[in-house]
Design a protein around this ligand. Structure first.
Ligand SMILES: CCc1cccc(CC)c1NC(=O)n1cc2c(c1)/C(=N\C(=O)c1ccc(N3CCN(C)CC3)cc1)N=N2
Length: 301
């Protein structure tokens, strides 16, 4: 049976032509662009679908000029390098990217639930069940990242999205690095999530993400972060000694978990496995599962 390279080659050629996510050189012409989904500092994100196969995705359009004036082009390179190799249900997939003369396009997984911070703002604060379920999901995603030696370093509601089943998805790896790192970039935006070791300027490890999910859990339950103060100096001094208080409605289980994450000494913080196994988290995940099951049963009835 003679070898038929041209047939095999054509077959591959057809596959990559039909499925633009595979192999073929992509351009914005391969997509139909839908409504704008969000606006960020360096660009906007649009709902999109491939012309061939109608594959739904989100395309983030970044202007080269803005990246250069922001001095963040290598940060984008790192973000692409890191996020394109992460495959986890609670992390937004970066399928591929391409560029033209003026712009860079990131083809991302579409998260139809929208932005976590808007959901938190609209609801003021989440129920314990939602907060506990989100804590399990983000701990699972970060455990996967840390296992691959990736530290996120910028966990906060603004970088989180909501998936088709209401699940949390980490949407942005702009500040992530390969561990261990003592990279000190000029931080922009809020310092509410900064851990003591990043303020004092020491070498920091993946434990910075443990601190951040402690702040996140508090903000999910209370509607604002634990160290928020009008004056930046007050925020810093509260963070350095982990000084914060709870409103009365925050219950024992949640206080126990947060208290094990917001620990000044990074080596003493609760591990991600212990977060996933924490009695409050497992209780909330189980309740969320039952509520979802009940809702599905009612829908089917
Ligand atoms: C440029 C945007 C940006 C800057 C910085 C960080 C991030 C990550 C969060 C991003 N977003 C980003 O990369 N994104 C990647 C994404 C993505 C954003 C996204 N979806 C949405 O943004 C979205 C927004 C609203 C929405 N609806 C609102 C109204 N509801 C009634 C129905 C649902 C539904 C989906 N899917 N993949």
């Amino acid at each position: 049976m003679e070898n038929k390279p041209e047939v095999i080659h054509d077959h591959d050629e057809k596959k990559s032509k039909n499925n633009p996510m595979k192999g073929g050189k992509l351009s914005i012409k391969d997509f139909e662009i839908g409504r704008p989904l969000g606006k960020g500092k360096f660009g906007s994100v649009y709902l999109a679908r491939t012309k061939e196969g109608h594959f739904h995705c989100a395309i983030k359009v970044l202007f080269k000029s803005q990246l250069i004036s922001g001095g963040v082009e290598h940060q984008l390179e790192r973000e692409i390098e890191i996020q394109s190799h992460l495959h986890h249900p609670n992390i937004v997939r970066l399928y591929t990217y391409f560029w033209d003369a003026k712009k860079i396009y990131l083809v991302l997984e579409y998260a139809p639930g929208g932005e976590m911070y808007k959901s938190l703002t609209n609801q003021k604060r989440f129920t314990e069940v939602m907060a506990g379920k989100y804590m399990y999901e983000i701990a699972d995603a970060l455990q996967y990242c840390h296992h691959k030696k990736v530290i996120h370093r910028d966990i906060k509601p603004e970088n989180l999205l909501i998936g088709p089943q209401g699940e949390l998805k980490i949407g942005d790896f702009g500040w992530s690095v390969h561990a261990p790192s003592n990279k000190r970039q000029t931080m922009c935006g809020t310092m509410d999530y900064l851990p003591p070791e990043m303020i004092v300027g020491n070498h920091h490890s993946d434990a910075v993400d443990l601190w951040a999910i402690g702040v996140l859990c508090y903000e999910f339950l209370v509607g604002k972060p634990p160290f928020e103060h009008d004056k930046q100096a007050d925020t810093y001094s509260a963070i350095k000694v982990a000084r914060f208080s709870y409103p009365d409605y925050v219950k024992k289980g949640a206080r126990d978990l947060i208290g094990k994450l917001l620990v000044v000494d990074p080596t003493k913080r609760c591990t991600l496995q212990k977060v996933k196994d924490h009695y409050w988290v497992t209780q909330m995940v189980e309740t969320a599962r039952k509520v979802a099951e009940q809702a599905k049963a009612e829908k089917a009835a």
